[in-house]
Design a protein around this ligand. Sequence first.
Ligand code: NCN
Ligand code: DMD
Length: 336
Amino acid sequence: MAPFTTLAGFREALATAPGCDEAARARAEARNDRLTKPPRALGRLEELAIWLAGWHGTERPEIRQPQVAVFAGNHGVTARAVSAFPAEVTAQMVANFQAGGAAVNQLARSVGARLTVHALDLDRPTADFTEGPAMSEAECVAALATGWDAVEEGTDLLVTGEMGIGNTTAAAAIAAALFGGTARDWVGRGSGVDEAGILRKLEAVDAGLAANPAARDEPLEALRCLGGREIAAMAGAIARARVDRIPVILDGFICTAAAAVLARAVPGALDHAVAGHQSAEMAHRNMLLKLEMDPILTLGMRLGEASGGTLAIAVLRAAAACQSGMATFEEAMVTG
Ligand SMILES: O=C(O)c1ccc[n+]([C@@H]2O[C@H](COP(=O)([O-])O)[C@@H](O)[C@H]2O)c1
Ligand SMILES: Cc1cc2nc[nH]c2cc1C
């Protein structure tokens, strides 16, 4: 069970998390130097393998039990017509995930990952954040705890993702609160809203920032006041993974906004996380730049539901396979 009952308690749990296994990381680096390839010829794969080694605590990491956790929530701000789709689609897509018919089901199967789906109070949307906080502290803590508890025993790589009509508006508002700027800097098309919808999103984000001044001062207040339950749950799962030294692959724009809350709340909170991909959502690139994260894939995806992060499991697994399975120069008797 989650070891916190307040936002301050959550922050404390995250702040006292251990770092990676530095000795294992150093051994992995030394092993990588002896593998049969010119130095750094595997590019980013080498960096990813060494990072994974540190969090797995072994110079030969292996991904055996990847978990893809998808969280769903509904947003009061959808009353302001900020999405191309109606709010009912959130619950309908949860049913689709459960029946195996969504993109993420196919992607998870193709990389051999276990998919878990977590619907958070879909019949009780958050409050419209243009009028005040989206969640009470108790609601936000409950959503963080759902995410925390969703990480399964034995998981050795976690991907977090979401489903929530209206949540690109919430994520844009969180980004503006954390990184500064106005709605213009962070609002994009989401699931495909038209020009008039973009104007309503811009108005909603600016109104949300004005109605929730504390959001700019305290990252967890940004989450509570502007976020949604699925966004808080992703933050909870990512934090739990940090505490248990489980590496994480982030998905797209909304997932990165959830992660950014943690990075702003506690320095080093995302040391165990990599960006799985860069979404086509306009401001995702800038959010990743602010977090100094280099996405593994850039495929023009903007689906959410953990899709891009799940695909990146294949790259991490390949990186681990090279690090762990390649022969050294001595073993293969190759002149180094
Ligand atoms: O992951 C992304 O970068 C991403 C970009 C645009 C849209 N989405 C998905 O679309 C939904 C939110 O879009 P919207 O237009 O309703 O705010 C939500 O279910 C997300 O999973 C996801
Ligand atoms: C159909 C649909 C599927 C999704 N999957 C994740 N977000 C989504 C948003 C929509 C609208």
